[in-house]
Design a protein around this ligand. Structure first.
Ligand code: ADP
Ligand code: 5GP
Length: 235
């Protein structure tokens, strides 16, 4: 019998509105054998969201029952309001199918996964600056003003956690960001194969390395400043 596949887990976190869902959707179209873990949440569906597609939308009672039944790999209270959780089922299914798995989760969930599964690859998506994040949240026009303000306030705290992640992706020009994300995913697969790299494979790894935490610190500084200097940060 062939040994069981150990899925590579890719954790992707970002302040809401940074473009994470857009990037993940494109990534899943481009990379084969990569599954998306559909989280459970107690929040209401937004806009065109469908139950079982972006999320499994459940009641608080159902969510709490799942916690008691140890069905979650991690779960967290996000925005001090709603519960979100990653079901263990998706990891098991990826293992059986020989696929890898993408988790779109917040910084609290990412910390829980890293503790349980240290080989997980973590990626933090940053907007180019606070104004752009605000603009993207408004452009999406799926949230009430009060919700947008709460998400902006939460973002300021969340981005301070960027240095706990393996890779940082600054989502400025969408096409380049999609390429970078694909490079990160493929380079991690190549690394685990442990075989000598061909020319193209070497280029993929080199491009992915540009997004490694140690190589982006200077580019991240002005982004952090734009949040620290915002009016809501001074309150
Ligand atoms: P998140 O999943 O991080 O909350 P979304 O993927 O919903 O964010 O993106 C928020 C908005 O920003 C959407 O309207 C999306 O089309 C837009 N967007 C995403 N990435 C970019 C980008 N690089 N440039 C311009 N707009 C973007
Ligand atoms: P949204 O409500 O905008 O879809 O997501 C809000 C936040 O919850 C995002 O940061 C998203 O990554 C996070 N999130 C989504 N699913 C999960 C999950 O299963 N666990 C955790 N911890 N966070 C999640």
């Amino acid at each position: 019998m062939s040994p069981a596949h150990t899925p590579i887990i890719y954790i992707i976190s970002a302040p809401s509105g940074s473009g994470k869902s857009t990037l993940v959707n494109e990534l899943l179209k481009l990379v084969p054998n990569l599954d998306f873990s559909i989280s459970y949440t107690t929040r209401d569906p937004r806009g065109s969201e469908q139950n079982g597609k972006q999320y499994h939308f459940v009641s608080r009672a159902q969510f709490e029952q799942m916690i008691r039944a140890h069905e979650f790999l991690e779960h967290a209270n996000v925005f001090e309001k709603d519960l979100y959780g990653t079901s263990r089922r998706f990891l098991k299914e990826a293992e059986q199918k020989g696929h890898d798995l993408v988790l779109d989760i917040d910084v609290q969930g990412a910390a829980q996964i890293k503790q349980k599964l240290p080989s997980a690859v973590s990626i933090f998506v940053l907007p180019p600056d606070r104004r752009t994040l605000e603009w993207r949240l408004r452009k999406r026009s799926e949230d009430a003003e009060e919700v947008i303000q709460r998400r902006l306030d939460t973002a300021s705290g969340e981005i301070e956690n960027y240095d706990k992640y393996d890779y940082i992706l600054i989502n400025d020009v969408l096409e380049s960001s999609i390429e970078s994300l694909q490079d990160i995913v493929l380079s991690e697969r190549l690394r685990r194969l442990g075989q000598p790299l061909g020319e193209e494979e070497g280029r993929i790894t080199e491009r992915a390395d540009h997004c490694r935490l140690a190589n982006v610190k200077d580019r991240v500084k002005p982004i952090l400043e734009s949040f620290r200097n915002s009016p809501s940060a001074a309150q």
